[in-house]
Design a protein around this ligand. Structure first.
Ligand SMILES: Cc1cc2nc3c(=O)[nH]c(=O)nc-3n(C[C@H](O)[C@H](O)[C@H](O)COP(=O)(O)O)c2cc1C
Length: 376
């Protein structure tokens, strides 16, 4: 069983991750993990923080000679910005007070967070609720993605809408979707990409923020990950839970779930065919590759809706937590739109769930054991 822990504050010394349960003898490619970390930092609409951070993984344990040992893999990602924050983020009692935050931002963890943990400084909340944490989840997911490549499983994503501008063609063509990496907003339809770029620029000029929708495609998933036998073993439920845990994600859709809700049954279910070379196959994938809580051998397709970024340069109404006076919400350096970055996080979170379920089904202590089971 794979277990992942993340730790670290946004402006603390570093972020930390531990992955327990990775079997032995899998090759780990640090360059491709660093490439995924860089993909998370890209995207038109990101704020100035991304100019400071150049995320790199430092492995601390669990890998020797480039291969997994079967022991917990622990790793660090340094926060380069920490050098500007040492006097405010130190673990002793000598922190300066002037970056105390007392004006909660609507849409953030700020207000409920201080009430829940009895804090009088919102910084104690925002440092951890920040999406900086997703760097660790990207690194962990990328490690697992590298391992699943040995079993021909891969994950991709693209942005299908930002700020109300949507792609006209809901393509499922993986070769087309690969091109998302070369778009500044991860959108593969040129005309929509241009509209989105303009919308982000306009939003930035007036201190606004934008949300949107991205799609994750997981290819090569064998039949039967997840199960129908118990509610908490369903693959679609596990994916929805994990994807919903990404900061700012407020909706998760399996396949064309919301469009299917308006269609007739005969237009919704993917009819079953058989031939001796391919075995069972489908001509459509409205279900998004999951039926009855199990992968059905088709590509898994998931859509995620991200709300607009809650830190706005245009002021939002709030209340000072000390004086109780009406004030404008505080402003931390912020992205205007992070949907492209979130789509990379979505890939890595989704592949983590697939890895967990893959090892549950084909599990063993080493690559060799698992490979035999998978081939059989
Ligand atoms: C990659 C990524 C980058 C984000 N960047 C920001 C940001 O710069 N400013 C901000 O206020 N929120 C940002 N968010 C969203 C907030 O972290 C999120 O809305 C907040 O933690 C509240 O959580 P919730 O929206 O899940 O309820 C980002 C989210 C992601 C996934």
């Amino acid at each position: 069983m794979i277990r992942i822990l993340t730790a670290g504050e946004s402006h603390g010394k570093s972020l930390v991750g531990i992955i327990e349960g990775v079997p032995a003898n899998f090759t780990i490619d640090l360059d491709s993990i660093n490439k995924d970390l860089a993909r998370r930092q890209l995207g038109y609409g990101r704020g100035p923080r991304m100019d400071i951070e150049k995320d790199k993984i430092e492995i601390l344990s669990g890998i020797r000679g480039g291969k997994t040992l079967g022991s917990p893999i622990s790793f660090l990602i340094q926060n380069k910005d920490y050098e500007n924050w040492q006097e405010y983020m130190s673990i002793d009692g000598n922190n300066k007070e002037d970056r105390r935050v007392t004006r909660p931002r609507p849409g953030h963890a700020d207000l409920s967070g201080i009430q829940k943990y009895s804090f009088d400084d919102i910084r104690n909340v925002l440092e951890r609720s920040s999406a900086r944490e997703t760097a660790v989840r990207v690194a962990a997911g990328s490690i697992l993605k590298g391992i699943l490549k040995d079993f021909n499983i891969n994950v991709l994503s693209h942005v299908i809408a930002i700020g109300g501008a949507s792609v006209s063609d809901g393509t499922q063509d993986i070769n087309l979707i690969k091109a998302a990496d070369s778009s500044p907003v991860r959108c593969i339809e040129k005309s929509t990409e241009e509209t989105i770029l303009q919308k982000i620029q306009d939003a930035k000029l007036v201190g606004e923020s934008l949300g949107g929708i991205f799609e994750v495609h997981i290819v090569g998933v064998p039949v039967g990950l997840g199960s129908y036998v118990h509610w908490d073993r369903k693959l679609d439920a596990k994916l929805a839970y994990s994807l919903m845990s990404i900061q700012g994600i407020k909706g998760v859709e399996m396949g064309e779930a919301f469009e299917n809700a308006n269609r007739l049954g005969s237009q919704t279910h993917d009819e079953i065919y058989y031939n001796s070379s391919e075995g069972y196959y489908r001509k459509t994938n409205y279900a998004g590759g999951i039926e009855g809580g199990m992968s059905n051998g088709q590509n898994i397709v998931i859509r995620c809706a991200m709300k607009p970024i809650p830190t706005l340069y245009k002021s939002l109404q709030s209340v000072d937590i000390i004086t109780k006076e009406a004030v404008s919400a505080s402003i931390e350096r912020s992205d205007t739109c992070a949907v492209p970055a979130a789509s990379v996080v979505g890939e890595m979170v989704a592949i983590t769930v697939i890895a967990e379920e893959f090892f549950r089904k084909y599990g063993g202590d080493s690559k060799e054991e698992i490979m035999k089971r998978w081939q059989a």
